[in-house]
Write a protein that binds this ligand. Structure first.
Ligand code: SF4
Length: 423
């Protein structure tokens, strides 16, 4: 039987989709196309209302276009909003537990010919043991942690993913070693709240310091980390290890202390700036990217301008901008002074423009320099990929160089790329 997996949302979902793919392939299923498969798995996302709608749209489309297929809905949207699927006729409905047992669920469905719904209370769930042997992209993601207990007032994810739980350290090392031996040059550590990794007496720092020693691992990237989790030990590791890339993604969310408090974030802008300065003292050219939510309830023009001011002080190299989107069941739902759509759109535009300016400034620093990059895609005679500091590079080159770290001379900006030539 042929299967096709739709993945919505974050890197953790991408990792878990790869686990399901691996399990299906190992059990004799064949990867099919979007038009012609017998089993469709939709790995859903619920981070915003739009993500819910997108997930639902895909499920409906699959049911309409492939009425004979086995349809499986899994993931965050299903975990917190399964009533949206009621009466749609989805064959198997799973939340965020047991994605790794997808083959067993399919077998059970084929024997009983009855729809299955299995959504457990995610708060009591242990870390689900999953291990990848290969990944379908050059940069391989490895999930080391699940869950979040921060309860930011705008976020539904703690209810979709449950409590913080971590993978056994030696299993992380084994998984990364296998992936490196399979030819992956870069590993991206992922989790719902990656920096909260903690297994018994092994902290996130303890784990990082073992991972960077893995033979053959050229690059280690942390998908995202909170500013409060970049300890002095981790900064020191950035100082001494060349394997940790020159890029870090730290969500700011707002540059106004008043809004940060309403968001239930655990830092203020002064702390954020102080820690970034410390990080830059050990890695002066590090690329620091971030997420910012605009139009949070109570965000006056003055507070929005405070955010712009903070962003300029920090000098990020890129900002992912999100308009505040109300989620049912979150604290933010009860807050007064919601911002109208037109104001939100204007502020989003302003920040996107600022992000592009900062990005181009950062890119300009590297023109005429020699850097190494990892070609991830081959398109129209060009190799496309990223440098360690996450610049997108495009060079004319041979397909055989895919997935190999190569040296490039950085020539000019062709936004969003830097065009260069191989050395
Ligand atoms: S840290 Fe905050 S924003 Fe991130 S998943 Fe947890 S609650 Fe959501």
């Amino acid at each position: 039987m042929k299967f096709y997996i739709y993945t919505l949302g974050c890197k953790v979902n991408t990792y878990e989709s790869n686990i399901m793919r691996d399990n299906l392939l190992n059990s004799g299923y064949i990867e099919g196309s979007i038009d012609n498969s017998d089993i469709y798995i939709i790995n859903t996302c619920t981070v915003t209302n739009t993500s819910d709608n997108k997930s639902l749209k895909v499920i409906r489309r699959v049911l309409r276009e492939h009425p004979e297929a086995i349809t499986i809905a899994v993931g965050c949207m299903v975990q917190v909003n399964s009533e949206l699927l009621k009466d749609l006729g989805v064959s198997i409905v799973l939340g965020n537990k047991d994605k790794s047992k997808i083959v067993d669920y399919i077998k059970q469905y084929k024997i009983n010919k009855r729809n299955i719904t299995d959504i457990v209370d995610i708060m009591g769930v242990e870390f689900e043991d999953m291990c990848l042997n290969n990944f379908n992209k050059a940069r391989a993601f490895v999930k080391i942690e699940d869950g979040c207990e921060n309860y930011c007032s705008y976020c539904i994810i703690p209810y979709a993913r449950g409590k913080v739980r971590s993978k056994v350290p030696h299993k992380v090392i084994e998984e990364i070693t296998t992936l490196v031996n399979q030819g992956h040059r870069e590993i991206v550590l992922t989790g719902i709240h990656t920096g909260h990794y903690n297994y018994k007496d092994c902290s996130f720092y303890d784990l990082l310091k073992e991972i960077v020693k893995i033979d053959g691992l050229k690059r280690l990237r942390i998908s995202s980390i909170e500013i409060t989790e970049i300890t002095d030990d981790i900064m020191n590791l950035f100082k001494i290890s060349e394997v940790l890339v020159d890029h870090i993604h730290i969500p700011l969310q707002s540059g106004s202390n008043k809004i940060l408090k309403l968001m239930n974030r655990k830092y203020d802008k002064e702390y954020f700036i102080e820690r970034i300065n410390k990080l830059r003292s050990v890695r002066p050219d590090i690329s620091i990217t971030t997420d910012v939510i605009v139009g949070f309830p109570g965000e006056t023009e003055e507070l929005f301008n405070e955010t712009i001011d903070t962003i300029k002080k920090i000098n990020f190299s890129k900002i992912h901008v999100f308009p505040f989107s109300l989620r049912k069941g979150t604290k933010a739902e009860e807050l007064p002074n919601h911002i109208d759509g037109t104001t939100k759109k204007r502020r989003v535009k302003e920040l996107i423009n600022l992000s592009k300016e900062l990005e181009i400034d950062y890119m300009n620093k590297f023109i005429d320099k020699e850097m190494s990059f990892l070609p991830e895609i081959y398109k129209d005679g060009y190799l496309i990929g990223h440098t360690g500091n996450y610049l997108q590079i495009k060079v004319k080159g041979d397909i055989q160089l895919l997935n190999e770290i190569v040296e490039v001379e950085m020539e000019r900006i062709d936004y969003p790329y830097i065009v260069g030539k191989l050395i």
